[in-house]
Ligand binder design. Structure first.
Ligand code: RUB
Length: 308
């Protein structure tokens, strides 16, 4: 599939979820490089840069996409032939995809330690990292139940309910606005991440901050499940995370309200670090305040001095 095709599928939400977006973009770049049979390095570079820009523009909020793309281009400035360039991109893409898949397994294992028999667990939207934790805990024989928020307007909570039901995990869907009502009876919250800023703030599906607020009020631990490539080097320079706004028709159909009615559809929000108990990553369970260290140590200098 061409980078343009993958970008279109990301834009239309056919490919979604922060980690999946990043893996599919890396795979698209690999295929793009491999499909070039010429030997003109300059031409190959320029094609790849165009594809990179198209992919990066497809969804603006998930830093995993940007980190994944940076990873694929790592050291490509050092090569001197088109063949070397192709090999480098292909190896980098494979490494990124494998690293991402293995991170998910480790997060599942570490996060599962936090689930106990009899727990009532809340999750929001559809995060493969959060689901990996629940799947692993269930596979270990722990017995608990999950409350999945619907996650309007795309209703990714239905996907989560299907994923969990397939594993045999008891799951109840609630509408987003029911979350405070049920929170007093809950034991844990597990959510995923699109981006974690250098101050430990979490950017995730719209409504995550309300879930966190309700959890904080009810003293229910709020855990984020996130691979280290969800941490944003760009925020070290004070850059704000761009919150994607999507089309009004995702909320109201054409003609449902008169034209003077405005519709505002932000699809992510920011949860401050003080509402987050811990972040489960593939290198360990950390407090949100360790985000800066993760960025410096795990993502490294090449991510810090970025150029767009
Ligand atoms: C998905 C979403 C998920 C994160 C993490 O939003 O907010 O919680 O992306 O997912 P959308 P994962 O449906 O708009 O992409 O853990 O799978 O990376």
């Amino acid at each position: 599939m061409s980078a343009e095709d993958v970008a279109e599928r990301i834009r239309s939400m056919e490919i979604r979820g922060a980690a999946e977006i990043a893996r599919r973009a890396a795979q698209a770049l690999k295929e793009e490089a491999e499909s070039y049979s010429g030997d003109d390095l300059k031409e190959l570079r320029s094609r790849m840069e165009k594809s990179r820009d198209v992919l990066l523009a497809s969804r603006p909020t998930a830093i995993s996409l940007w980190n994944g793309v940076q990873y694929v281009f790592k050291d490509t400035s050092k090569v001197s032939t088109a063949e070397e360039y192709r090999t480098k991109v292909s190896e980098n893409a494979d490494r990124f995809i494998n690293r991402s898949k293995s991170a998910l397994k480790t997060i599942g294992r570490l996060g599962a330690n936090r689930i106990q028999d009899g727990d009532k667990v809340v999750t929001h939207c559809n995060s493969k990292a959060a689901i990996a934790v629940m799947a692993e805990a269930w596979a270990q024989g722990k017995r608990f139940e999950v409350f999945a928020t619907e996650s309007r307007p795309w209703r990714q909570g239905v996907l989560t309910a299907n994923d969990l039901a397939e594993l045999g995990i008891p799951v109840t869907i609630i509408i987003d606005s029911a979350v405070r009502f049920i929170m007093k009876d809950m034991d844990k919250v597990f959510v995923g991440a699109d981006t974690i800023a250098s101050n430990g703030a979490l950017i995730n599906k719209i409504g995550t901050s309300q879930v966190a607020l309700a959890a904080h009020e009810a003293r229910v631990p709020f855990t984020v499940c996130a691979e280290t490539f969800k941490f944003s080097p760009r925020t070290i320079y004070g850059e704000l995370v761009k919150i994607e706004e999507r089309d009004s028709t995702e909320i109201v159909k054409l003609g449902e309200v008169p034209p003077q009615v405005k519709v505002f559809n932000p699809v992510f929000d920011a949860t401050p670090p003080e509402y987050i108990d811990s972040i489960v990553t593939e290198i360990g369970v950390i407090p949100p305040y360790a985000a800066y260290n993760i960025i410096i140590k795990e993502l490294g200098q090449e991510f810090i001095f970025y150029e767009d």
